[in-house]
Write a protein that binds this ligand. Structure first.
Ligand code: MN
Length: 290
């Protein structure tokens, strides 16, 4: 059997639908489990989610690294939901598919996963929400679009300490390194040595081995995605939002600068969007003439 490069959920085979005519079919009924070292009800419970979907590598490395700190419960979208921001599914029912004792798939958004995970699947809120590890950076304005970051923000809104992780380096080594830092931060939060209330950490990893960790503010990363117009096989036009290379402004002290200079960037995000500087000098808007 070929050796898996990313074997962090242990795959076990269960005969979900014992089929006599094609017994080989059950070979692919894989149940995802990660090592469960704790069954103690007093152990802290950690909710792990992402926006790249249950099958992405990042969430497996993350869940595995956190699994010796407590009971890790994975609740992740059934497919990639990147750039879905803090969307909630209100007009469709949500369904949960259980992949293993503590691994659940939801056919919703990352924010749905945190709400349903923390309030329904886990029965009572977990001690921590960790989201990621995202494939690709969430810098500057990315944070507003990011489903990964939004999942962590939803955790914060539920008064649960929460942070999100994103990396441009998608090698196994980089994922493992990011997961180890996640574990370290998680351990500090769980031990009461690091307070994370009313703020969500957005953590980004550079390419290659980091030179260190910097606390940063959000930088500027503006996209102007091209809109592609194509024609479908039945002659109807369709449109696809393209990539659009982001125009980064790598000012010192920002997340953009940090990761481009080889540092891990840690940005605390506020829940309050108010522009206080603008508020002070804002020209009054009146009802005169309305
Ligand atoms: Mn993503």
């Amino acid at each position: 059997m070929a050796r898996r490069r990313h074997p962090t959920f242990q795959y076990s085979i269960i005969p979900l639908a014992p089929s006599t005519d094609s017994p080989r079919a059950i070979d692919f009924q894989l149940v995802v489990e990660f090592p469960r070292r704790f069954n103690n009800r007093l152990m802290p419970r950690i909710l792990v989610t992402n926006d790249d979907g249950i099958h992405s590598d990042g969430i497996k490395f993350l869940a595995e690294a956190l699994s010796d700190l407590g009971q890790v419960v994975v609740v992740a979208p059934d497919r990639e939901r990147s750039a879905i921001s803090r969307a909630l599914t209100l007009h469709l029912p949500l369904r949960i598919t259980r992949l293993g004792k503590d691994v659940h798939i939801l056919d919703g958004t990352p924010t749905d996963c945190v709400l349903v995970g923390a309030q329904f699947i886990m029965k009572r809120p977990p001690a921590l929400v960790v989201s990621g590890i995202n494939r690709g950076w969430n810098l500057g304005e990315d944070n507003a679009y990011s489903g990964t970051v939004s999942a962590a923000i939803q955790g914060t809104l539920l008064n649960i300490p929460s942070f999100a992780l994103s990396t441009i380096d998608m090698s196994e080594e980089a994922f493992r390194r990011a997961a180890r830092l996640a574990r370290k931060i998680a351990a500090e939060v769980l031990a009461g040595k690091r307070r994370l209330t009313e703020t969500t950490l957005s953590i980004n990893f550079p390419l290659g081995e980091p030179r260190g960790v910097l606390a940063t503010r959000l930088g500027v990363r503006r996209y102007q995605p091209e809109i592609l117009e194509k024609t479908d096989p039945r002659g109807r036009k369709y449109y696809w939002i393209g990539d659009g290379k982001p125009a980064d402004r790598p000012e010192r002290g920002t997340d953009v600068w940090a990761v481009k200079n080889g540092y891990v960037s840690v940005t605390p995000l506020m829940l309050d969007w108010t522009d206080r500087t603008f508020l002070k000098r804002m020209k009054p808007i009146t009802l005169d003439g309305v």
